[in-house]
Design a protein around this ligand. Structure first.
Ligand SMILES: [Zn+2]
Length: 49
């Protein structure tokens, strides 16, 4: 995964629902907050916080 480069003008897009709003790249997930929350429930992501 090309995470070594700082993202300049690269589009951040939710790779789950492809929205451009509220996308977070935390943990290299590149998903929007809504999906992050849903995925977090599915895989128990809260354990990493
Ligand atoms: Zn999403």
């Amino acid at each position: 995964m090309p995470q070594s480069k700082k993202y300049g003008k690269g589009q951040r897009e939710c790779r789950r629902c492809h929205t451009h709003r509220g996308v977070i790249r935390r943990y290299g997930l590149y998903i929007c907050r809504r999906c992050f929350y849903e995925i977090g429930k599915e895989i128990g992501f809260r354990r990493y916080e």
